[in-house]
Design a binder for this molecule. Structure first.
Ligand code: SAM
Length: 225
């Protein structure tokens, strides 16, 4: 995407009522005004709150919001020019139970209060295969701890990925630490039993992997207290 197009999207994001872009300082040093208040202040209801981490263009957030009008969804990504697509679609199609937050996932526990979140989706995260990149892997122990803080006690995490490495790494880590694996599937379109929303919604990255005939994997789990 050209830089002119990106600038246009950044400008448009600023006008969207469903886009929130706190600065790092606002999150870390001041008590972010939406922390603990997302349902009331943004969605004007008390419905369950679901996050999509690394949402890219926001396909999952938008499609799940359409499918589940009685839940609220927030797509989170550091790249505003990507989720501009999802935010624009939501405005054009008047989908009011989805919003987008531009921040680093590392700061997630500054953006959401303890027990504020019901469910998390992690869709096609960068697998960060090199050992040196372990700390950036979105299912490592440090990230799981952050997710546990903001999730309700019964909250669940969904991981959908094309990366066999990420799938195996995450399963190993979950078993090793005694977290509860509720469901795992190493090829969701071939091996039966995946929840419907796993096979009925495809993200931008997923459609590229499917063209290359890559198996898509899925894990649903609870993080122990
Ligand atoms: C491989 S893409 C997948 C995007 C989308 N989920 C999909 O399947 O099409 C990974 C996304 O995660 C975002 N991302 C990676 N690390 C991040 C971080 N630490 N904080 C926020 N976003 C991050 C990237 O900007 C990118 O949009």
């Amino acid at each position: 995407m050209g830089s002119k197009n990106k600038l246009k999207r950044f400008k448009e994001n600023e006008t969207f009522t469903n886009v929130f872009q706190p600065t790092r300082d606002e999150l870390v040093n001041s008590n972010f005004n939406l922390k603990g208040n997302w349902q009331k202040a943004v969605f004007k209801n008390n419905n369950p709150l679901v996050l999509e981490l690394g949402c890219g263009k926001g396909e999952y957030s938008v499609a799940l919001a359409q499918k589940y009008p009685n839940k609220n969804f927030i797509g989170i990504d550091i790249k505003g020019a990507r989720f501009w697509r999802g935010a624009k679609t939501a405005i054009e199609d008047e989908i009011e139970n989805v919003a987008f937050l531009r921040t680093q996932i590392e700061l997630i526990d500054y953006a959401f209060a303890e027990n504020e979140v019901d469910e998390i989706w992690i869709t096609f995260p960068d697998p960060q295969i090199k050992y040196k990149r372990t700390k950036h892997r979105m299912t490592n122990a440090t990230f799981l701890k952050r997710y546990k803080t903001i999730l309700k006690p019964e909250g669940v995490v969904n991981l959908k990925t094309d990366s066999e490495f990420m799938h195996g790494y995450t399963l190993g880590l979950l078993h090793g630490a005694g977290h509860e694996v509720l469901y795992a599937n190493h090829n969701v379109y071939k091996q039966e039993g995946s929840p419907e929303e796993v096979t009925s919604i495809q993200t931008y990255y997923e459609s590229q992997y499917l063209e290359q005939n890559k198996p898509i994997t899925y894990i649903r789990f609870k993080i122990k207290g």
